[in-house]
Design a protein around this ligand. Sequence first.
Ligand SMILES: N[C@@H](CCC(=O)N[C@@H](CS)C(=O)NCC(=O)O)C(=O)O
Length: 211
Amino acid sequence: MIKLYHYVHCPFCVRVRLGLGFLGLKFESIVLPYDDEETPIKLMNKKMLPIVEFENGDLSNESLDIIKRIDKENLLSNEGSSDQELEELLSRIGSDVHSLCMPYWMWTPEFNKESRDYFQKKKEIKRGPFNKLIQDKEKYLSSFNETTKIIETKLTPYYQSESFTIKDIMLASHLWGMYIFPEFQFSKKIHSYLQEIKKITNFEYHEDFWN
Ligand SMILES: N[C@@H](CCC(=O)N[C@@H](CS)C(=O)NCC(=O)O)C(=O)O
């Protein structure tokens, strides 16, 4: 069985879960504590997830390569708008969602005291103190809301497509983390889009912590 090492909050890891789920592939789910440096370095020589170990022992830690490899029948074909446009959208989403959500993700069940401290220390180097991110939330929220208006114009009902594609995996996984942000609601259109994706990919964000 395919083994997936992942972080729940990481959008690139969510990509792989959505891909596996859509294709109906069973996998062993291993949520690594965020402060575990040893496991990813032992497997891939760097601390970066997702890592997939395929049934033949091959390893990969590039989300899109992983999805291409498991999508043997090319069911997630990638036609339509240029990748550049989606990349720009993802980078806009990423910068606001990360600033808004990091101070909250660290209180979700994938973290314990040690991994939370490690996460905060590491992420504050790039983004600045988490309490400042929280103080500035209106700025990030208003920018994110502008981006969601653009997204809405692209859903037909999937991202510039009538059917589900790899682009929906990329978009949805970047948006998903906002379900953790307090006081935030997606518009009905985007929420319905994400919930439809949840259904067809059999995705449950925190299912690893149900038992
Ligand atoms: N290009 C990689 C990017 C994966 C990535 O950026 N993973 C982040 C988590 S979101 C990571 O593991 N960073 C190292 C760390 O957070 O310690 C992919 O698409 O899979």
